[in-house]
Design a protein around this ligand. Structure first.
Ligand code: ASP
Length: 341
């Protein structure tokens, strides 16, 4: 049977157009994308598309849209062999991370891509990104998908989605994954890095979680952070979990007011996850005096998780676990290959 891939166009530069009146890039509908990429008709598999209407700039992405996306994947899961999500680059790493936690027993590729220059422009990076993402989504051996994961494909590299970060607003190479190797590298050939691809061993049918809880805060510490700033964030109404971006291997100031504020929050049942501000490496709170205090007051190590994966993993766990104990246990294990442990 012929393979079928579904493109879900959410928005983003790849499908944007220069508005002559305002001179701003604005999203336009998917019909124009297919006009700009006639190659879509040349594959030896079928390509169909669904388009968000209106298309959304990814700065407007939020968990309700992730729920819409997983619903779309769920509704079309049996009919298609793989999915390509066209998405703005700005929050693509958040969406890829969120989807990895929301989709379960995934046996088919879900590949996110986009571009830095719109498809209609001569030097666009979008055409190669789109065409290769489609090839990867359709790649099979013995009718099994080669990469049954949520991934980002961008500029010749396929990354595990929940390991990515957008790090460059200008270069075509906009994403990196410092703590996990690429799942494929693309040149003349697409070279899959098989030992690093996650093949789910769980039996059971595919399903999608449809709840996310946004009671999460993100706090990046910096030299000079003040007590009122820290306290106002930790006391923000409704907050249930905080991603604390610390220095290096998970270090933070040891001022009494700083540790006291964190301890009070932990004692109130707020989950605090320590992630590093560095792009590569892991939190190891036991290494320095400036880390060990946080371990002692019950702050949880994020290991080598990205901030994007930390925020979305917490949203997923807060909405889908029954107790803080269950959340903490899940933070200390890899759910979808997001941490090395
Ligand atoms: N602002 C755009 C977006 O994220 C940028 C892009 O697509 O690269 O939707």
């Amino acid at each position: 049977m012929e393979r079928k891939i579904l493109i879900i166009y959410t928005g983003g530069t790849i499908g944007m157009l220069n508005d002559p009146d305002s001179n701003l890039l604005i999203p336009f509908d998917f019909e124009n994308i297919s006009k700009n990429v006639p190659e879509l008709r040349k594959f030896d598999f079928q390509v169909r598309s669904i388009s968000f209407s209106p298309a959304v700039d990814s700065s407007m992405m939020d968990p309700d849209i992730w729920v819409t996306l997983v619903q779309l994947i769920e509704e079309n899961y049996n009919e298609y062999d793989g999915f390509v999500i066209l998405h703005g680059t700005d929050t693509m790493a958040y969406t890829a991370s969120a989807l990895s936690f929301m989709l379960h027993n995934l046996q088919k590729p879900v590949i996110l891509t986009g571009s830095q220059l719109p498809l209609g422009t001569i030097r666009t990076d979008g055409k190669e990104n789109l065409l290769t993402a489609l090839e990867i989504a359709a790649a099979q051996k013995n009718k099994q998908a080669l990469v049954p994961e949520v991934c980002i494909y961008f500029q010749a590299k396929l990354f595990r989605g929940n390991r990515t970060t957008k790090f460059n607003a200008e270069h075509f190479r906009a994403f990196r994954s410092d703590n996990y190797p690429p799942l494929a590298e693309v040149g003349i050939h697409i070279k899959f890095n098989y030992p690093y691809i996650r093949y789910t061993t769980l039996s059971g049918n595919f399903w999608a979680a449809k709840r996310m809880d946004t009671s999460v805060a993100l706090l990046k510490i910096f030299p000079g952070i003040s007590q009122p700033v820290l306290e106002s964030l930790l006391q923000a109404p409704g907050i249930k979990a905080v991603v604390l971006e610390t220095y290096g291997s998970g270090n933070a100031p040891t001022h009494k007011w700083f540790l006291d504020a964190l301890k009070k929050a932990v004692d109130r049942g707020i989950i605090i996850l320590n992630v590093t501000q560095c792009l590569a490496g892991s939190v190891e709170m036991w290494r320095y005096e400036t880390g060990i205090h946080m371990l002692e007051i019950g702050i949880i190590s994020g290991h080598d998780i990205t901030t994007e994966a930390a925020v979305t993993k917490l949203m997923y766990l807060l909405a889908n676990c029954n107790s803080n104990e269950e959340i903490k246990a899940s933070l200390n294990k890899s759910l979808k290959g997001e941490i090395n442990i």
